[in-house]
Write a protein that binds this ligand. Structure first.
Ligand code: 6R9
Length: 648
């Protein structure tokens, strides 16, 4: 496999050299207390910490605390502390869905807006610790809402704007949230997204489950018609006129919750991943600075949605804590045409660009001329996140987009990790296409086999992390037991990531993908169990099993095996109905790619579905089904193979 050595141009002005990376890394794992005591100072503390690390992964006693006696306010770190030095610098550079639409918001303006929204929340009775749900399009007010919550010590729960009313309702209930911030409509690729309408419906569903929403703050984006509930609904543009543009930041403990973010696991409903204030901010800002080699005055663009963790850490908190200019894009990569990303890069002179493999693969398919017709001369660093990037896509990104001038940082991390854990550092770490390379400071990855035996040196296995880092999630909101069960019970005294990985002879890490029942579709995480439960909620479905299969653009596609109720017929129409049903239940990102009607599913005698067999058939690799002797009825497999939907 090719290695791309750090080029001299990348070294010039870079934050760290290769030797410094090694020294810092060694110190970070040999003396985490000393290392983080020093780097914790990168944020402004109201009351400085005296304790640094107090963490345990021990079964029955998982407890993670960083900087626990320090106090701070996250929004003050992202805003107030920059006012004296860069009040007039652009904080958020917003690019609308329509290429004619953009806005630059300075740190001073952002501070004012955040204070106003914080005051509106206070006026509506929001207190420290209350959960504020945010269901927004990619407009600056989404970041304003997050920072306003943080300013008054409320805990935000951002729900991706592409989720359905049902999914939003489940998250309102889970977080016991009675305040919702949304917009009239979103705009993506020229199409309107009925956010307020979805939010209204979600409130009805949540109310039936006992979770009433008492305040819905609505940002006017498109001006489209919306229903209105007096006494509950509040227009942001009206409320902001009634309040002051000053709001003093609440003093929060380092371990006070900052946000909840729901994410999918292999079983049950999505979990509310809880992140706290101090350690999270230290880690998000430090990784943002070093991984992207961020330099003062540069324009930084992360194309994620604020509904995902990447948007939290690398559009909002990391960049703003560092006083960066962060570009926020409302639209999609191929609207009005597949040159859009590169046109935006040229328009705003973007220096650092961070996107997902699924977007890279789609744009690669659109043809090189869509890229080469633009300049991209401002680009200096390219990043990738969300799923494994295949070497072909990596190489295209490096060669065609970056013209071999820009290092590509393939950053591996998770909602649970708060920030990047395995990644190259530009100017310090040699690159290998498809490898996330080496761990960030303080991160100790380990490979274990299925029995939990540690694999040393070269090899492949399950990826664990053996000690805590400041950005680590602290608990599953309201369910610490589930936190321990999910992440710390598979392998004793280790955090289990759910990912598989390989370590090569140079100690480089290659993430191979999930080893549990979590799908990664276009970089979106989804539990097979969630899609299954959406399918079986349809009256004509008796049973469903869902697996992933390799998909050229999406990374993984969603393959559903569906057994119908007695007497229902397997029609093309019903197939479409089921796809629509799943979209309705979860959201468009969960659209099934293939539905196979299956009179029976392969089960063991104890009734367990043998997913291994279903995965093979979905991959069109049925020659090697392995041992089927434990099946209750080996005959079902023949039927499944005969009617498989993914023929190459
Ligand atoms: C940040 C984010 C986490 C899962 C993770 C892994 C996959 C993310 C990756 C990657 C290979 C990378 N993943 N980055 N796999 N290389 N650079 O995506 O968080 O939505 O929680 O997903 O995504 O499988 O476990 P999240």
């Amino acid at each position: 496999m090719t290695t791309i050595q750090v080029k001299d141009e990348w070294k010039a002005g870079a934050k760290l050299t290769a030797d410094q990376y090694r020294d810092w890394y060694r110190r970070s794992v040999e003396d985490p207390e000393g290392f983080w005591a020093e780097h914790g100072k990168r944020v402004d503390w109201i009351n400085p910490y005296t304790k640094v690390k107090n963490t345990s992964f021990a079964p029955g006693n998982v407890d993670i605390r960083w900087f626990e006696d320090g106090t701070l306010n996250v929004s003050a770190n992202c805003l107030d502390r920059h006012l004296a030095t860069r009040g007039d610098q652009t904080a958020i550079l917003w690019e609308g869905d329509d290429p004619a639409d953009s806005r630059a918001i300075s740190y001073r303006e952002l501070h004012g807006e955040v204070c106003r929204m914080a005051n509106v929340l206070l006026a509506n009775g929001v207190k420290k610790g209350d959960r504020v749900t945010i269901y927004m399009p990619m407009i600056p007010e989404a970041a304003v809402a997050m920072l306003a919550s943080a300013r008054i010590g409320a805990v935000h729960s951002v729900v991706f704007g592409g989720f359905s009313p049902d999914a939003l309702a489940g998250r309102l209930e889970g977080a016991q949230s009675s305040v919702l911030i949304t917009a009239d409509e979103g705009l993506r690729g020229g199409r309107k997204v009925p956010l307020k309408k979805n939010a209204d419906r979600a409130c009805e569903i949540a109310a039936q489950a006992g979770q009433a929403v008492s305040t819905m703050l609505v940002v006017r984006r498109t001006g489209g018609d919306v229903a209105w509930q007096d006494g509950r609904d509040v227009w942001w543009h009206e409320a902001r006129e009634e309040v002051s543009a000053d709001c003093s930041p609440a003093e929060m403990g380092a371990e006070d919750p900052l946000f909840i973010l729901y994410t999918s696991g292999s079983t049950g409903k999505p979990k509310g991943v809880l992140h706290t204030s101090g350690g999270y901010l230290v880690y998000a800002s430090m990784t943002h600075e070093y991984v992207f080699d961020y330099r003062d005055g540069e324009i930084y663009w992360c194309t994620a949605d604020v509904g995902w963790v990447t948007g939290h850490s690398y559009i909002v908190y990391g960049p703003l804590a560092n006083g960066a200019t962060t570009l926020m894009f409302e639209g999609v990569p191929n609207y009005p045409d597949p040159s859009r990303f590169w046109q935006v890069v040229d328009k705003h002179k973007v220096n650092i660009f961070y996107t997902a493999p699924t977007a890279i693969r789609a744009l690669m398919g659109a043809g090189d001329d869509k890229v080469t017709s633009t300049s991209r001369a401002s680009l200096r660093v390219l990043g990738s996140v969300g799923e494994p990037i295949n070497p072909e896509a990596w190489t295209w990104y490096y060669r065609v987009v970056g013209e071999e001038r820009c290092p590509v940082v393939d950053t591996w991390w998770q909602t649970e990790t708060g920030g990047i854990l395995i990644t190259p550092l530009p100017g310090a770490i040699d690159l290998k296409p498809g490898s996330a390379t080496l761990p960030f400071f303080g991160v100790q990855p380990q490979l274990v086999d299925n029995e939990g035996e540690v694999i040393e040196g070269e090899g492949a296995g399950n990826l664990c992390i053996t000690d805590s880092w400041p950005g680590q999630m602290r608990t599953v909101y309201g369910d610490h037991e589930r936190f321990e069960q999910t992440y710390f019970s598979t392998y004793r005294d280790k955090y289990f990531t759910g990912d598989g990985a390989r370590r090569d002879a140079d100690g480089y890490w290659w993430i191979t993908g999930r080893v549990d029942d979590v799908l990664n579709v276009s970089g979106h995480r989804m539990g097979t169990a969630e899609v299954e439960s959406a399918l079986v909620s349809h009256p004509k479905v008796s049973e469903a099993a869902v697996v992933g299969y390799p998909h050229d653009l999406k990374g993984q596609g969603i393959y559903c095996y569906v057994t119908l109720m007695e007497g229902e017929s397997e029609t093309e129409e019903l197939r479409k109905e089921l796809v629509a049903h799943v979209r309705n239940e979860i959201g468009p990102i969960a659209s099934p790619d293939k539905i196979q009607f299956a009179p029976g599913l392969p089960k063991t005698r104890s009734g367990k579905i043998m997913r291994r067999i279903l995965r093979k058939i979905a991959e069109d690799d049925f020659g090697a089904l392995g041992d089927t002797s434990t099946l209750a009825d080996p005959g079902v497999v023949e039927d499944l193979v005969e009617h498989r939907q993914n023929r190459k």
